[in-house]
Design a protein around this ligand. Structure first.
Ligand SMILES: [Zn+2]
Ligand SMILES: [Zn+2]
Length: 675
């Protein structure tokens, strides 16, 4: 039996590649708090079932040879590439060494991430029309295209000698005569996007990549609105950071924005520091301000363009109130991808967006071990590039990163692997027969400060096999991301292709002691904000003593974390005064447990629910306020292994979940069954 403790007494509202994207999720509006309000983001229909095998293109038939992969290439663009906009790129390959034998060839592969037109040579008025020519008039080119967006030019008639060229005009409009033939660029802004070239030098159908692929930058589209984030929980008098970014319609960072911004501050907040003039090139569309709360309360900060061209943005809710214990609340996104596997953007783009646009405190880039055009497990220099960026961005007190990658196992499920020290980070690939089972992965990780997190556990693209678990490394589970929510089978905004028995609640029911986090699993280079094609995203709220690697790691390991489906909803949850993630000891199982917590929504709180052993044990309706405090008592007899967690739902359907608290009973109750 449980009963609420006098609600009025304790609840009080304080003052005021062949990613053939076939998916079902509808588009998301960006109209929530903190979102870009102007312009309507494209509601694409795409599903990240995109963890597909991206094999060699075309299918490798022959054997690698030193004659393969020779030569160099350059790219010339007709103008600056803009995300999602049409363009023409001229890619010129120059043969080297032994040249290319008759029957050999060159593959131009366009990134399958995200929405580059597939090159095609058949319809001049349709996107991606590509013409190919050779500098040697006696060489005949035989063209073919494939589902992974590529074009192969095979050499016929005679061999291609060193110094001769093959030129692909990708998006050829015939000098403007056929504008429809232009190629559409990636919809996401980024630096250093590659056009990949692979060469079969000896004519046995084995194509090897050349040493250096030409690259282009893709700029954001026109800015449409501001996105604003602020620290969510501050004490009175504490200075805190607010970020204000100009974004385009798909949430790309509008780095070329040179307009102004004006902050509208509610009473109780004051500006400590922040530039007043137009955005500069160095800011690249994202500006930071420092504010201070001079009184307790709930605040939202609005950013507006004095010229009225960009839409207003309003921040998440800032709660200025008493802190609990010595912990500070930080926001993290512990899982996402860059163009070094199947995402968009460079590692610097990714981490820069996380810090400057999303205003995150913690970010980890976890590219796939064995997916992408140039998989990390076969290209250690690329993993080195990620780790160097990871180290360069880590700044105690400001922004924390960890080493990471994703073990992309298609039998047992995916796990992203975090390393406290990036110097210890190593790719233990799911493609390595020594490391293709979870126990083997953990064996390789033993001795390192590492964690593995199962994600999209409840279904697509692949569910978790919970028969395998290691409590040393599996401290947390990612219950929400762009793929949907994996709390329990049949829940709202569920992960697609749900598999009963594989949800977070199923793992808890097995007795696994897992804290709950959300993270993006973003593939668009937008960690910590949004993917306009996904109905959910994911964030991790982290209660740590400070913003250093060691302190954040300690908080993750101790599970002082909670999950949200993307919004900065503040959640706190305590049982017998112990924080979420704790294992509490009960000497007298008959003694009631005191359960309390709070939620601060980005919209009004609709309800809070305390779940005990996966069942709703206590619920309270919200009262139309952003802040909701509650307390309840569980008077039933405690059983060893009981767990409690909190689920918060806002009036707009957004949700957050605390990590559980587990009960250990040290003495058996005499003569009565436990409840
Ligand atoms: Zn995955
Ligand atoms: Zn992933």
């Amino acid at each position: 039996m449980q009963k609420a403790i006098s609600g009025t007494m304790v609840r009080g509202v304080v003052t005021a590649l062949l990613l053939l994207l076939a998916w079902g999720c509808g588009g998301t509006s960006a109209e929530d708090t903190g979102a870009v309000r102007a312009g309507s983001p494209d509601a694409v229909s795409a599903e990240y079932e995109g963890h597909d095998e991206h094999g060699d293109v075309p299918e490798a038939a022959g054997e690698p040879s030193p004659l393969d992969g020779q030569g160099t290439a350059t790219v010339a663009a007709a103008g600056p590439a803009e995300a999602g906009a049409p363009g023409t790129w001229t890619i010129t390959y120059t043969a080297a060494g032994e040249g290319i034998a008759e029957g050999g060839g060159v593959v131009l592969q366009v990134s399958p991430f995200w929405n580059w037109s597939a090159p095609q040579d058949r319809f001049a008025e349709y996107p991606g029309y590509t013409t190919v020519r050779c500098s040697d008039p006696d060489v005949r080119l035989e063209l073919a295209t494939g589902q992974h967006p590529f074009m192969v030019a095979r050499i016929r008639g005679k061999a291609l000698s060193a110094g001769e060229t093959i030129t692909f005009v990708y998006g050829d409009t015939g000098g403007g005569a056929n504008p429809g033939g232009a190629a559409q660029a990636d919809r996401y802004a980024e630096h250093g996007e590659n056009f990949f070239l692979k060469v079969d030098g000896d004519g046995d159908e084995f194509f090897a990549p050349i040493a250096r692929h030409p690259a282009v930058d893709v700029a954001a589209g026109p800015p449409v609105g501001f996105y604003v984030t602020a620290r969510s929980w501050v004490s009175r008098g504490e200075a805190f950071r607010v970020t204000v970014s100009a974004l385009d319609r798909v949430w790309n960072r509008a780095a070329s924005y040179r307009g102004r911004v004006e902050l509208v501050l509610p009473a109780g907040l004051e500006l400590v520091e922040g530039a007043k003039g137009p955005y500069t090139a160095a800011e690249a569309g994202a500006r930071g301000f420092t504010l201070r709360a001079v009184e307790e309360g709930l605040f939202q900060i609005t950013a507006r363009d004095p010229e009225g061209r960009l839409g207003e943005g309003t921040s998440n809710t800032v709660f200025c109130g008493e802190m609990l214990n010595d912990y500070r609340l930080y926001w993290g996104d512990l899982h996402g991808h860059s163009r070094l596997s199947d995402g968009s953007g460079s590692p610097d783009d990714y981490l820069g967006y996380a810090r400057d646009v999303a205003g995150l405190d913690v970010s980890v880039l976890t590219d796939h071990d064995g997916h992408g055009i140039l998989p990390l497990d076969a290209n250690p220099d690329l993993f080195g590039q990620i780790l160097r960026a990871t180290e360069a961005f880590n700044e105690p007190g400001r922004f924390i990163t960890f080493g990471g990658y994703e073990w992309t196992n298609w039998t047992y499920g995916h796990k992203h692997v975090l390393f406290l020290d990036p110097a210890e980070a190593e790719i233990f690939s799911f493609r390595d027969p020594e490391c293709d089972e979870p126990e083997e992965l953990w064996e390789h990780l033993r001795g390192k400060q590492a964690m593995t997190l199962n994600h999209h556990t409840g279904g697509g693209p692949i569910a978790t096999d919970w028969d395998h678990h290691d409590p040393e490394f599996e401290r947390l589970v990612e219950i929400v991301s762009i793929h949907g929510i994996s709390e329990y089978y049949g829940g709202p905004r569920s992960i697609y292709r749900p598999v009963p028995g594989t949800f977070a609640q199923d793992a808890l029911a097995r007795g696994y002691r897992l804290g709950m986090v959300g993270s993006g699993d973003s593939h668009n280079g937008h960690p910590g904000t949004r993917d306009v094609s996904a109905a959910t995203h994911g964030l991790a709220g982290i209660y740590a003593t400070g913003l250093t690697r060691e302190e954040i790691w300690e908080a993750l390991y101790e599970r002082r974390v909670f999950a949200t489906a993307g919004r900065r909803i503040v959640v706190n949850f305590l049982v017998n005064g112990e924080m979420m993630g704790s294992e509490i000891t009960v000497a007298d199982p008959g003694e009631p447990r005191l359960i309390m917590g709070l939620a601060v929504g980005t919209a009004a709180v609709e309800r809070v629910e305390v779940l005990k052993n996966n069942q709703v044990m206590y619920a309270e309706a919200g009262e139309g306020e952003l802040l909701h405090r509650f307390a309840a008592v569980d008077e039933s007899v405690a059983a060893d292994g009981d767990w409690y967690y909190l689920r918060v739902t806002l009036v707009d359907g957004e949700q957050a979940w605390s990590s559980p608290v587990w009960v250990t009973v040290v003495e058996e109750p005499s003569g009565s069954a436990s409840g």
